[in-house]
Design a protein around this ligand. Structure first.
Ligand code: GLA
Ligand code: ZN
Length: 671
């Protein structure tokens, strides 16, 4: 529910922190930002210290001035609540707000994203500030969104959190016996007699390091608890604001594949999704695309906001290469191509001090508009103005989906065997890339999402099958769906307790196989298999499996399990269950998924060479095909359809030659 009636075009701008600068400089900032066609600024992200100087002492005069200034210049505002970092006096006076780290260390004042989510002080003052802001600024009709806190994350292991954890467990499991069952505490004699016996799982208790835990069930529940604790703190602010300005949509900026928070749960409590996209210069384009699609999926495909990206450099990578000419524009359109309805930057102006002074900005330390970066920002601003509202609200029409699940990610990371090289995100990326490279639109979905609109559902490494999820998959395949999963799937339930009777547990009948053993290969060892005349490697994990109804498509060729199936396909109801028993190469995934997509009649939008990305978005204005040339050389093709390039203005008949210079973009509105 982005307030489209208020935005009318792709909002352009981002984080602006005039409070860090003398007031005399503000007018000049306005002049420069207006030159760049900036129409939306995110204000007040880190001002708690100046807004509240004691328990009941608030000061809004400076923020009033800032809001009036940007309002007078016709800009829209994304108003943040400033609760991403607490004031020093609060930490001194109310130390319950300070977090305790994984190693048991109680923090002092410092850093940001530093409040304990279960601190009574934080839970009182953060929503109180949010309410005061909403009350004070509700009369401004140029506030287009609320931005709660900033990039939530981290963990806390303080005594308040420990108490809350016990309450959370009581609520969830009712009895201590049930806690003992789901955590399998009979192992190592860990039986708890009372909820009071439970302590948080960290280096003082069950953990050897971040992800090595003696009791995965405890660590998994803590992860859920921590994500929910922080979400609940967010929700306090959400409710406070929503009660006062029910028509202004509320968000917080997420971070893509961020391990600590279950964003699929968070998405339910956000009016729209926004996220911060910071790829490194060498990040594969498919990885960025995946993250955009994942963020879009948090609200079942609704457009999202690109809340932050750098116009030029970051400061926190080991090497902060400049975005090459054209790349900022290209990556902005990549976000739009995947469902973004905003292009916002961190930041409008570089600070003079502290750890982000070398982070890129629209206004660099030079302080004027005569810079390369500024010229690129301005050109894009002008272009987005011309594009207007055409693409706003447009959705993807993907027929293929990839399942991504945070609980599953946590459980795999904690699994303790079979291999330290297990990397859930990498597994997912390999499958995603195969579809991406073929320009096949993909939705990244969670386990609660509907499957029936897809012709192919891929669930790489679905280690955890939560109660009922097998039923959902079964129903989908019976009705004609195609479901593919891989090694290390179906092992455990939502408590990380193994499903007895052979892997892949509850998925056995759908896949028509059972897995007896699993061989975890070190990095330098591979098995291999032949399929359709090609040889592919088998690495990481090699399942030793038996078919029980499935057809064997390929078998291992080496080691004592040579001849055992590695690729299987099972006819089930009107559909099929596919199993890939190992990890293989990009070539394999590409070839194999091409074959399955053909079987499922899932067509690429068009064929292009590597490095030329194509996506599609559809709304009431029409069908938009985005062509993005990430390569270092021009791309020339005969366009397979007729349409108008909304950026270049050219009209094409089907078969006309289209030339895209390096890093260039076309948005073809189909005829
Ligand atoms: C994040 C934060 C910003 C800033 C940028 C720097 O996305 O939200 O406040 O720190 O990173 O890249
Ligand atoms: Zn705490």
């Amino acid at each position: 529910m982005v307030a489209y009636e208020k935005i009318k075009k792709i909002p352009y701008g981002g984080d602006y922190n005039p409070e860090q600068w003398p007031e005399e400089t503000w007018e000049e900032d306005m002049r420069i930002l207006k030159l760049a066609h900036i129409d939306t600024v995110t204000l007040n992200v880190f001002s708690w210290a100046s807004l509240q100087s004691d328990d009941d002492v608030y000061h809004f005069e400076k923020l009033d001035k800032i809001i009036d200034l940007v309002t007078a210049h016709g800009m829209k505002i994304c108003l943040a609540t400033s609760t991403g970092a607490h004031p020093a006096w609060m930490a001194r006076k109310h130390p319950d707000i300070l977090r305790v780290e994984h190693n048991g260390m109680k923090r002092k004042f410092g850093g940001r994203h530093n409040s304990c989510p279960n601190s009574p002080t934080y839970r009182k003052y953060a929503p109180a500030l949010a309410a005061k802001l909403a009350e004070r600024y509700k009369k401004y009709d140029n506030i287009v969104a609320w931005h709660i806190s900033n990039e939530y994350g981290g963990e806390c292991y303080c005594e308040n959190c420990e108490k809350k954890f016990r309450e959370w467990l009581k609520e969830k499991y009712k009895t201590i016996d049930e806690v003992n069952r789901v955590w399998d505490t009979a192992f190592w004699g860990h039986t708890f007699y009372d909820f009071e016996d439970v302590v948080l799982p960290n280096l003082l208790s069950e953990h050897m390091d971040d992800t090595r835990s003696c009791f995965q069930g405890i660590s998994l529940d803590y992860k859920r608890f921590n994500s929910e604790s922080i979400l609940n703190a967010y929700r306090l602010e959400y409710d406070a604001i929503h009660a006062i300005t029910p028509d202004i949509p509320i968000t917080t900026n997420l971070m893509g594949t961020f391990f600590g928070l279950d964003y699929q749960m968070w998405g339910k409590y956000m009016d729209f999704i926004s996220w911060d996209n910071y790829p490194a210069n060498d990040t594969p384009i498919s990885s960025t695309a995946l993250r955009h699609d994942l963020m879009r999926g948090l609200k079942q495909g609704k457009p999202f906001a690109l809340m932050e990206q750098t116009p030029s450099v970051q400061n926190w990578q080991p090497f902060n290469m400049l975005k090459r000419p054209g790349v900022m524009r290209l990556w902005s359109y990549q976000a739009i191509a995947h469902g973004a309805d905003t292009v916002l930057f961190f930041q409008m102006k570089r600070s003079v001090g502290a750890c982000e002074k070398y982070h890129g900005a629209v206004i660099d330390h030079a302080g004027h508009e005569n810079t390369r970066v500024f010229r690129e920002v301005t050109a894009l601003g002008a272009e987005l103005e011309k594009l207007g509202s055409q693409t706003l609200g447009a959705r993807s029409d993907a027929k293929a989906a990839i399942v991504f699940d945070w609980d599953n990610w946590w459980a795999i990371s904690y699994s303790s065997g079979p291999s330290i090289y297990l990397d859930y995100c990498r597994e997912v990326e390999q499958y995603y890339k195969a579809l991406f490279d073929r320009n096949i639109p993909v939705d990244m979905i969670g386990v609660e999402d509907d499957l029936s609109r897809y012709d192919l559902v891929i669930a790489p490494m679905l280690y955890m099958v939560k109660t009922g999820y097998d039923e959902k998959i079964r129903a989908y395949v019976k009705e004609g769906g195609r479901f593919l999963t891989t090694c290390f799937s179906g092992y455990v339930d939502e408590h990380d307790l193994v499903t007895i009777g052979g892997y892949p547990g509850k998925l056995r009948d759908i896949l028509g196989i059972w897995v007896e053993e699993e061989d975890a290969l070190p990095e330098n060892l591979h098995n291999r298999f032949h399929y359709h005349g090609n040889t592919y490697p088998a690495s990481l994990l090699c399942d030793l499996l038996h078919t029980e109804g499935a057809e064997t498509l390929a078998s291992y060729e080496e080691d004592f399990y040579a001849g055992m199936p590695v690729l299987t396909k099972n006819a089930f109801g009107k559909g099929f269950g596919y199993y890939v028993a190992t990890q293989s190469s990009d070539e394999f995934y590409r070839d194999y998924l091409e074959e399955i997509c053909e079987e499922a009649d899932i067509q690429p939008i068009m064929d292009t060479p590597d490095g030329v990305e194509v996506t599609r978005r559809i709304n009431q204005n029409g069908v938009f095909v985005f062509l993005l040339n990430h390569r270092e050389e021009p791309y020339v093709t005969a366009l397979p359809f007729a349409g108008e390039d909304l950026l270049g203005g050219k009209i094409y008949k089907a078969g006309d030659a289209l030339v895209l210079e390096k890093k260039d973009v076309a948005i073809i509105k189909l005829k």
